[in-house]
Design a protein. Structure first.
Ligand SMILES: O=C(O)c1cc(=O)[nH]c(=O)n1[C@@H]1O[C@H](COP(=O)(O)O)[C@@H](O)[C@H]1O
Length: 275
């Protein structure tokens, strides 16, 4: 298996630059005419798989919306991840994990170890216990040829309190996270496997020019970010940018063809990224 960064670059080139979120909000379940319980969750995911599998470059299930249903919800997540991964659609588990030592190691094994029932192609992680605390995930991802997306500058306004704070050399904390990720990507062929998350809602992005890894940009659509914002924030890194859209696409459901049309329209709006 090729490293995640190379697989992602290939998928973006072939299927278009888009990460679609599977975010089974209670509101969306109701709008789709589904019950807000595990049965509704399961049907929602089956329809998402039918609509997105083999169509979009990368799918991002938001783990929180599965955990809220306890073990039965996790079982739905396991099945969803398994179906997508086994057919070759890349899966980014949005778990935003971050802890220390052996606990981080357990999180890493959950999402990145081939023998885990939740094993995905990549996972989101939070570096706000210190970038170095992420080493178990970064090391395991390198070993299993999977990926990690590190939260750098998030789409929510509260993030700035921590992420825009300055360290002693004057860089923002968000910039430090990007620079640390860049160290991990040094020498990678095509695109490194350590990505960063930069919200499409921001007025300014950290300097991404040396990252050599994927840049996930959530916040498009429901949170107010637009393709023009993505273009502005991406700078000269257009080919590394992966916009994430969740509600804006999911609102088109439950019709599978309407979901696919929404994906096609969204991908068209981002054609400039891979031009
Ligand atoms: O890591 C993420 O994906 C993420 C980071 C961030 O800064 N902002 C952000 O919205 N997200 C996630 O991206 C998705 C955005 O959903 P929509 O606002 O519905 O498109 C949610 O699953 C969020 O948890």
């Amino acid at each position: 298996m090729k490293p995640f960064g190379q697989r992602l670059a290939g998928a973006l080139a072939h299927r278009g630059p888009l990460c679609v979120g599977i975010d089974p909000h209670p509101r969306l379940l109701a709008d789709w005419g589904l019950t807000v319980d595990v049965d509704g969750l399961e049907t929602f995911c089956e329809l998402c798989v039918e609509a997105f599998d083999g169509v979009v470059a990368i799918v991002k299930p938001q783990v929180a919306f599965f955990e809220v249903f306890g073990s039965a919800g996790i079982a739905v997540l396991e099945r969803t991840v398994e179906v997508l991964c086994s057919s070759g659609t890349l899966v980014l588990a949005d778990a935003k994990r971050g802890d220390i030592g052996s606990t981080m190691d357990a999180y890493a094994r959950t999402w990145l170890s081939s023998d885990s029932p939740l094993c995905s192609d990549a996972v989101t992680v939070s570096p706000y216990l210190g970038f170095g605390a992420l080493a178990p995930a970064l090391d395991l991802a390198a070993e299993t040829r999977r990926g990690v997306f590190v939260l750098a500058a998030t789409s929510n306004p509260e993030g700035a309190q921590v992420q825009q704070a300055r360290v002693a050399d004057g860089r923002s904390v968000a910039q430090v996270m990007v620079d640390e990720a860049a160290v991990r990507n040094a020498g990678a062929d095509v695109l490194g496997s350590v990505g960063v998350v930069v919200g499409a809602t921001l007025t300014e992005a950290p300097d991404l020019s040396a990252l050599h890894g994927p840049i996930l940009m959530p916040g498009v659509g429901a949170q107010g970010g637009t393709p023009d914002d993505v273009r502005r924030l991406a700078g000269d890194q257009l080919r590394a940018v992966v916009p994430n859209v969740s509600r804006e696409v999911l609102r088109a459901g439950p019709s599978v063809s309407a979901l696919r049309d929404a994906v096609a329209r969204t991908v068209d709006g981002f054609a400039f990224l891979q031009a």
